[in-house]
Write a protein that binds this ligand. Structure first.
Ligand SMILES: Nc1ncnc2c1ncn2[C@@H]1O[C@H](COP(=O)(O)OP(=O)(O)O)[C@@H](O)[C@H]1O
Ligand SMILES: [Mg+2]
Length: 258
């Protein structure tokens, strides 16, 4: 099967905080993602997970290497060439408060991507799409008149997921999307994402520092440490018999419930 996404020797360096030299946040990262899979990206805080995701979304440029989406080198595309792909590659972040404007109603927040991408024939058609997805995702349609401040973190994350799915993406990047939520709410959001993967055939890059969450979500897992990808493979194989020292150490320390 052809990869939908390929990282090829991707490196990201930032000017170091001391003001001299460079700090390498991601070094020589190579991996593939295949259509329909959930690839878990696991690693402790600060190891470079979000940096990797931000390069994929072209929120920051790569320093070296290339990123292929459906065999097209996105690292060489300018914003105009990349624009149509933004519809196909959506991202959900850890804190939905930061990306949902508190002043506007949920209806308007959800209308926005449909207008930007010119999806739907009319306002009525757009609203129908929004309501259908709200139904699918368990958000009461009456919520559309409210504003972000009136919701709990879990409901807001639901809204952020609905907003991402409205553009009918192929690839979804979920960066620590349940890390700020209570465990019971976490479980509902994870189940929602699994349901949406099944119904919409999504491919998901699922980023977390939480082993229990990876175990529930990922088909394959990629373990990262200090900017390096240490091990990639099927979730149960890696969790049961890690070959990398760091992964073995984590397992010995009792992080895994297997
Ligand atoms: N814009 C930036 N400028 C300088 N350093 C950065 C920048 N973004 C991230 N970093 C550094 O890169 C490292 C990886 O950060 P990040 O990718 O956010 O880690 P993670 O998401 O795994 O917690 C951290 O040491 C962080 O301080
Ligand atoms: Mg992060």
């Amino acid at each position: 099967m052809d990869a939908i996404l390929s990282f090829q020797n991707v490196t990201k360096r930032f000017p170091s905080a001391q003001g001299r030299g460079l700090f390498t946040a991601v070094e020589d990262a190579s991996f593939d993602m295949f259509p329909g899979e959930i690839l878990g990206l696991l690693g402790e805080s600060g190891c470079g997970k979000s940096t990797l995701a931000r390069m994929l979304l072209k929120l920051i440029p790569v320093s070296e290497g290339r990123i292929l989406y459906k065999n097209q080198d996105v690292t060489r595309m300018d914003e105009r060439a990349f624009h149509p792909l933004r519809r196909e590659i959506q991202m959900v972040f850890q804190n939905p408060f930061n990306c949902l404007d508190p002043r506007v109603t949920i209806r308007r927040l959800l209308m926005e991507p449909l207008k930007v991408w010119n999806i739907g024939d009319s306002a009525a058609d757009r609203l129908k799409r929004i309501e259908a997805l709200c139904d699918e995702c368990g958000l009461p349609v009456a919520s559309l008149d409210k504003r972000p401040g009136e919701f709990s973190g879990g409901q807001l994350q639901r809204i952020a997921i609905i907003r991402a799915l409205l553009t009918e993406p192929k690839l979804l990047v979920a960066d620590e999307i349940v890390s700020a939520l209570d465990v019971s709410v976490q479980s509902q959001i994870l189940q929602l994402l699994l349901d949406m993967r099944r119904r919409h055939g999504l491919t998901i890059l699922f980023i977390t520092h939480d082993l229990a969450v990876i175990e529930r979500m990922a088909d394959r897992v990629m373990v990262m440490r200090h900017g390096h990808i240490r091990q990639v493979g099927p979730c149960d194989a890696i969790l049961r018999s890690p070959t990398d020292d760091y992964v073995t150490e984590l397992k010995r320390a009792g992080f895994w419930m297997l």
